[in-house]
Design a protein around this ligand. Sequence first.
Ligand code: THU
Length: 135
Amino acid sequence: MTASDRDNELIDAAIAVRERAYAPYSKFHVGAAIRDEVGRLHIGANVENAAYPQGQCAEASAIGAMIAAGGRRITEIAVAGGGDGLCTPCGGCRQRIREFAATDLRIHICGPEGHRESFAFGSLLPQSFGPDNLD
Ligand code: THU
């Protein structure tokens, strides 16, 4: 994937909202940005809690914002974390994304400095369980 194939507005939004994360315990700030089926952008950051298990990932925050705005499909997503590694979504967030995404969804992983690597969502959650299973 070349730079021109990427949605740079989406990537910039994930990096920007990462700055507003509430992560006083882990100090690991994460931002997520979603493009929905009508092209709107939705953002979210991780929100930690003194009762640690009550913390919420950035992806969950962004999905909540999309749903609140009326969006129902994720057409592209960017996640921005810190550190040297790739901040790919945790297992729980892969399943959360799955609810609203096709296997060919592009997921862009970023750091504070910019884009790092992109994946097809299906490669991150192969043979997944989703809404179709309940038909
Ligand atoms: N985190 C996310 O927000 N998204 C991910 O995909 C990975 C982890 C958050 C959860 C917690 O607030 C912090 O990063 C450290 O795990």
